[in-house]
Design a protein around this ligand. Structure first.
Ligand code: ASP
Length: 582
């Protein structure tokens, strides 16, 4: 038998037993003239072994140790180790694999090591407790979610990796076809089209833990490839979809933390923008946006007079922390998010007129009434810092949302966990510069809110969609919608987007034509597994919970991917590589 126990599971109940354990040498220390300590590590933990010091083992050697579990001598117990009360004595050691010294220490000191080094030797990095823990949490989450979906009657179906390009919005990875030179498959941004066709196919409830690929710049919460819990269901309304998704997310959270979160609250997109300035509000801190448009309705201050919406934040007690330079920096931030400027005011003590004095470059432009109402509306007190933005509504909200996060948002992985549904997203956002037409808010297959369908052509930007997001601690976990199953309505939506019938037929015919044959009303959702797992694991970067992630550059320091390929292979694919564009 290779081993009788795991290193980390031995304790006082095993005293006297003959055991065999196997693993990596975490550390070797000399004990006495004849004896050495070997700390042996496997995924479960570390156990101390007392061995003959002539044995040649060093850090990261793979060994098998047999011996007797013995209580450690009085006064030598190690309280910080789960196995710290015992050790394996009279141990014999068999070396299974010698090891070169690792390029970095495989303990918590590796957290300080350059990430590129960790990724280059990821197979060593994975031996560390942090990575072992994170990957196991990931597996636990997968298991909990799969169980929740199956329990709710969802059928797991796999969909192709090689598919046509689709209009889902992200840049796609493409794969050249050998059989059809000059033609390309796209790798799935998501299984969106297939899952809807599964509904046409009568599957009723589908799910998949699906790999999705998007060629977008990498960030702390974004990789080229990532896993989604992807689901779709027939004969449902918004509430049904949210309930099914919520069940799986709460089960996963409970599996990891031992605590089931409360039912997830809902907020309409418009309210989320108004109150938090973002479609992914972080509810862990207050600092809500304060409506001030009416306060300045009669203003003579030019920058305010022409604005569609004026709102502000009251950073309580923050005036002293924000010197001129820092405020200039914040103003630059506001401008980088599209604001024309930012007004700040430091709230001072009461003035002669009994109203708090506002210390600000623009204070002189405000009337006494405005100053009084502003103090009242923001419930300002001496020492507070007020930040005001005046612009068209969307910019005002968005910029203040950004400032709100800069002022108050804790790191994403800090508790508590605050989940939130954001519902009733707009059907269209912004205008496509090229076509002058509205752009889809999510994708063109979302069902408009029935109340708003009459406004599709006359006032498209005010149309809400049956589309919703799930947010956790300010990260968007996922999105979904009720889909259009009626061809006429789909045509109307395409027309708003400027996609004519012929073009729709040419681009999405393979997807739309099946709807001629009887499509059930359906809707679904998908959320990023890595984002959920990272937050539950207390990590701020999804790379920490992925076995083999890519760094920001997209270049894999371990395998060297992407690499050039053989001219013959290129020729077979009918691909010629051009010199880089100057
Ligand atoms: N396929 C969508 C996405 O990946 C989710 C959905 O609408 O179900 O964002």
């Amino acid at each position: 038998m290779m081993r009788t126990h795991l290193c980390g599971e031995l304790d006082e109940s095993n005293v006297g037993e003959q055991v065999t354990v196997a693993g990596w040498v975490n550390r070797r220390r000399e004990h006495s003239q004849h004896l050495a300590f070997v700390d042996l590590r496997d995924h479960s933990g570390i156990v101390q072994c007392v061995v003959d010091n002539t044995v040649d083992v060093r850090s990261e050697y793979v060994v098998k140790v047999s011996g007797t579990v013995t209580r450690r001598p009085e006064g030598t117990a190690n309280e910080s180790l789960a196995t710290g009360q015992i050790e394996i004595t009279e141990a014999t050691v068999e070396v299974l694999s010698a090891a070169e010294p690792p390029p970095f220490p495989l303990d918590e000191r590796a957290d300080e090591v350059d990430e590129m080094v960790r990724l280059r030797y990821r197979y060593l990095d994975l031996r560390r407790e942090r990575m072992q823990r994170n990957l196991r949490i990931h597996s636990q989450v997968n298991a909990a979610i799969r169980a929740a979906m199956v329990r709710q009657g969802f059928v797991e179906v796999e969909t192709p990796m090689l598919m046509p390009t689709t209009p889902e919005g992200a840049r796609e990875f493409v794969v050249p076809s050998r059989q059809q030179p000059g033609s390309f498959y796209a790798l799935p941004q998501s299984p969106q089209l297939y899952k809807q066709l599964l509904m046409v196919g009568g599957l009723d409830r589908y799910f998949q833990i699906a790999r999705c690929l998007r060629d977008e710049d990498l960030r702390a919460d974004r990789q080229y490839e990532f896993m989604q819990l992807d689901m779709e269901m027939s004969f449902v309304d918004v509430d049904d979809v949210l309930a099914a998704v919520e069940e799986s997310v709460l089960d996963a959270a409970e599996a990891v933390t031992g605590v089931r979160p409360d039912a997830v609250p809902r907020i309409a997109w418009h309210d989320a923008m108004n109150r938090f300035g973002t479609d992914k509000p972080d509810l862990r801190f207050e600092l809500e946006l304060i409506e001030l448009t009416d306060v300045f309705a009669e203003t003579e201050f030019k920058a305010f007079a022409s604005a569609g919406a004026i709102k502000g934040l009251n950073a309580r007690g923050a005036a002293a922390d924000w010197g001129r330079n820092k405020l200039d920096g914040l103003t630059d931030t506001a401008k980088s998010f599209g604001a024309k400027g930012m007004v700040w005011m430091k709230v001072g003590a009461e003035g002669d007129d009994g109203v708090l004095v506002l210390d600000s470059p623009v204070a002189k432009f405000l009337s006494d009434t405005e100053r009084k109402s502003l103090v009242e509306r923001t419930a300002a007190e001496p020492g507070d810092l007020l930040l005001l933005i005046a612009d068209e509504w969307h910019t005002t909200c968005e910029v203040l949302g950004e400032l709100r996060n800069r002022l108050g948002r804790p790191p994403v992985n800090e508790g508590p966990y605050r989940y939130l549904w954001v519902v009733d997203f707009p059907m269209f956002v912004g205008v496509d510069d090229a076509t002058g037409r509205p752009k889809p808010g999510h994708h063109p297959f979302c069902h408009p809110h029935p109340e708003d369908i009459p406004k599709l052509e006359s006032d498209p930007m005010s149309v809400r969609a049956w589309a919703y997001d799930l947010v956790l601690n300010g990260w968007e976990l996922g999105s979904g919608s009720i889909r259009i199953h009626d061809r006429e309505l789909q045509k109307r939506v395409f027309a708003v987007l400027g996609v004519e019938d012929d073009e729709a037929e040419a681009r999405f015919g393979f997807f739309l034509n099946p709807f001629r044959y009887g499509a059930p009303p359906h809707g679904g959702f998908a959320y990023g597994m890595e984002r959920l797992v990272a937050i539950l694991a207390g990590e701020e970067n999804i790379r920490e919970i992925i076995a083999f992630p890519k760094p920001q550059s997209g270049l894999d320091p371990m395998t060297g991917a992407p690499t050039e390929i053989d001219p013959d292979q290129l020729a077979e694919l009918g691909v010629r590589v051009l010199p880089p564009i100057e």
